[in-house]
Design a protein around this ligand. Structure first.
Ligand SMILES: Nc1ncnc2c1ncn2[C@@H]1O[C@H](COP(=O)(O)OP(=O)(O)OP(=O)(O)O)[C@@H](O)[C@H]1O
Length: 267
């Protein structure tokens, strides 16, 4: 279980002002779940993800992963960003295996693991290609394979499909559902898109504008239905999908009217 409790972050801006980016956020991410954070630009989504990744310290509150406090980056958390961070001079297989190289895993084993992961993301024949030979969607697939290489306990994804065209984005959403169904990894995913949040999330949390607070939790089951039935149209045209879409939309657009959580508020 990943537990975030009353997490607040204050930044000191260059002009001396204090920016209150995250306000007492609490969140649980259980095994085999996909928790999607949704909110307007600047509401603190990346701040929350970066704190879970260990890239920045909390000002108040706590984050634990399977009972261990999170204080710095670690191989138990794999991160995928919107902009790919592949090394242009390294082959796709070497990029995937980067974390394993840091961990001292021998070359042959690294290669085998990279090939296995490239198979998982549908890029088995691109192991020896270089990043510039790949499309944007393929590069994000490599990013997902790389984040999985150290067998992390959780995958942290910061708008990973935000820069992709809509068709590629849909393919990547389905690929991610496949990866999730096959690996059972828990995932924390950030997006601006209500549709993406509803399609991918087992839980959707809605954040208010700065200072970012979690104003609502929704338990959702479209992703499990899709993993079982593979019927996108049935999901997107389900009346519950449209109802939830409207409810979340009104929250995102009127976030100051604080929503009542559908679940018990986390203590
Ligand atoms: N290092 C920093 N120093 C000062 N202010 C910061 C810093 N990082 C983020 N902020 C501010 O904190 C707030 C939250 O930023 P954050 O990037 O978490 O939002 P976001 O919801 O992820 O936005 P977007 O969707 O646009 O990526 C913003 O107002 C941002 O300007």
């Amino acid at each position: 279980m990943l537990q975030v409790r009353n997490a607040s972050v204050f930044f000191s801006a260059r002009d001396g002002r204090v920016v209150h980016a995250l306000d007492r956020a609490s969140l649980d991410i259980d095994a085999n779940s996909i928790v999607v954070a949704l909110g307007a630009s600047g509401c603190g989504k990346s701040t929350l993800l970066n704190a879970i990744a260990g890239f920045l310290p909390l000002s108040e509150g706590s984050i634990t992963l399977d009972g261990q406090p999170v204080a710095s980056p670690g191989a138990d958390r794999g991160v995928v960003f919107q902009k790919d961070t592949l090394l242009p001079w390294s082959s796709v297989a070497d990029n995937v295996a980067l974390g394993l190289r840091f961990a001292g895993v021998p070359g042959r084993e690294r290669r085998e693991r990279a090939e296995e992961l490239l198979g998982l993301v549908g890029l088995e024949s691109f192991a020896d290609a270089f990043p510039h030979e790949l499309s944007g969607g393929m590069r994000q697939r490599v990013g997902i394979a790389r984040a999985l290489a150290t067998d992390p306990k959780i995958l942290l994804m910061d708008e990973p499909f935000g820069a992709l065209d809509s068709l590629t984005r849909e393919q990547m959403q389905e690929l991610l559902i496949d990866v999730w169904a096959r690996t059972g990894k828990r995932i924390f995913f950030i997006t601006h898109s209500i549709e993406e949040a509803l399609f991918l999330g087992t839980t959707v949390v809605v954040m208010s504008p700065r200072p970012g607070r979690i104003v609502a939790h929704f338990d959702v089951d479209f992703v499990r239905r899709f993993a079982a039935e593979r019927d996108v149209r049935a999901i997107l045209s389900a009346p519950e999908f449209a109802d939830l879409y409207d409810e979340i939309r009104s929250l995102v657009h009127r976030p100051q009217a604080e929503a009542e959580s559908r679940r018990m508020v986390l203590q």
